[in-house]
Design a protein around this ligand. Structure first.
Ligand code: ZN
Length: 422
């Protein structure tokens, strides 16, 4: 497919560079991305006839301002032109807040950071009401799609900004938040993370849900917000599932049975999600789902340092030319040493389907938050995912379940459970 802009988001690559501290396994031969141009017409037709929903899309600072206007072609992996080009019909846009101190000051800062993200999503919606609209239910998703517009939903990554109570949950529900993860990297006031901050003295072992965490599960149920167990420690996740009276999701995680990374779900977790009626959305995040060649990782560090992109100040000051050089350098490294590509993502989907069943698996990019794999680098390349699934023998009906049907079913059930119980 023709692309007017380089397909690799620099911001995402730089997030990937700094976000993950887990040691990588020894380099192995990994498949190289296939050329999407060979995709058959049938696959494209089926893709564009499928309702597609990506459950995890992060947003940059200044989102919806002239500095980063998703109504235009941008350097971001997701903007409205790329969604249209790639037949990506809907996405959860994310109010993400990094884990900080669980102190009154920390909560004030986190709340402000959440407001900033929410304002960015609101600006996007206000700027382009004829092209994209906010859905707060599965029915609204369908109505907006039928009107010919793209669909935005809102997810919240990390419940940390709620502070030391769950009093703000109804406010976020009112604003349209439809899933909320309990934790991010590092434990918080509600429970344990899949990646505790051991450098700050947090124990390796997940402490499980706190009393406040149990209140959070009830409050999310009562307000029709899906509990998201991505980034959540296994004990905390299992306790949340046991307490929840509605299905949960993992909005963006891989399968540990394919690649052993703390961010991924083991088979017991996948079965727990199945038994709870939930969905595990397999994530297209290179470092979580496959072994990145050491040469690429080392080359990435060197390239970022060489271009002055290895510090926040450097990234702030970088010109579009510097970003373009970075993109070109990364493409060279991957071409030379190998990549984690769309076939690896499909391996995770296959495994999750085998363990949990086709009704309990879905797809997430984590675009603009470090996500992207060879062949699916941004929203414009979304047809390649459908083509890969077709090539593996999934039917169009099954592909639609993976792309949106399963998660829309969960959203319906979570809303119904709220009105019946809360
Ligand atoms: Zn995440």
């Amino acid at each position: 497919m023709s692309k007017r802009f380089a397909s690799v988001s620099v911001a995402a690559l730089l997030v990937a560079l700094s976000a993950c501290s887990a040691p990588e396994e020894a380099a192995v031969e990994t498949p190289v991305a296939e050329d999407n141009a060979v995709m058959g017409t049938d696959a494209r037709d089926i893709h564009f006839a499928t309702f597609t929903l990506d459950t995890h899309v992060d947003i940059g600072a200044d989102y919806g301002t002239p500095a980063l206007d998703p109504g235009e072609h941008t350097h971001a992996q997701v903007d409205l032109p790329k969604m249209v080009e790639g037949g990506l019909d809907a996405a959860f846009f994310i109010v993400y807040v990094r884990q900080g101190e669980t102190t009154p000051e920390g909560y004030v800062e986190a709340r402000a950071a959440a407001e900033e993200k929410y304002a960015g999503i609101s600006r996007m919606l206000a700027n382009d009401p004829d092209r994209i609209a906010l859905a707060t239910s599965s029915d609204e998703v369908e109505e907006i799609a039928a009107s010919g517009r793209l669909v935005a939903l809102i997810g919240m990554e990390n419940a940390y900004p709620l502070g030391d109570s769950v009093d703000d949950v109804p406010m976020w529900a009112e604003r349209g938040v439809r899933y909320m993860s309990i934790t991010h990297f590092g434990n918080n006031q509600f429970g344990g993370s899949s990646n505790p901050n051991t450098a700050a003295g947090e124990p390796e072992e997940d402490p499980g849900l706190s009393d406040l965490g149990r209140e959070l599960v009830s409050a999310l149920n009562d307000n029709g917000i899906i509990i998201d167990v991505s980034h959540v420690g296994k004990t905390t996740m299992m306790e949340a599932i046991a307490l929840s009276r509605a299905p949960v999701i993992a909005s963006h995680s891989g399968a540990r049975g394919v690649y052993d990374h703390a961010r991924n779900l083991d088979d017991e977790q996948l079965r727990a999600i199945r038994d709870n009626g939930g969905v595990a959305q397999m994530v297209a995040f290179r470092r979580y789902i496959g072994a990145m060649p050491d040469e690429v990782l080392a080359g990435q560090q060197a390239l970022a340092a060489e271009l002055g992109l290895d510090t926040p100040e450097g990234r702030e000051a970088a010109t579009p030319e510097i970003f373009a050089d970075y993109q070109a350098g990364m493409a060279d490294l991957r071409a030379q040493y190998g990549d984690v590509d769309i076939a690896v993502l499909a391996d995770h989907i296959d495994h999750a389907v085998e363990v949990a069943g086709i009704e309990h698996v879905g797809i997430a990019s984590d675009f603009d938050g470090g996500g992207g794999v060879g062949g699916w680098e941004d929203a414009s390349e979304t047809p390649a995912v459908t083509a890969e699934l077709l090539a593996r023998g999934y039917t169009p009906e099954q592909i639609e379940m993976l792309w949106s049907g399963n998660v829309l079913r969960v959203l319906r059930e979570v809303r119904a459970a709220a009105s019946s119980g809360g």
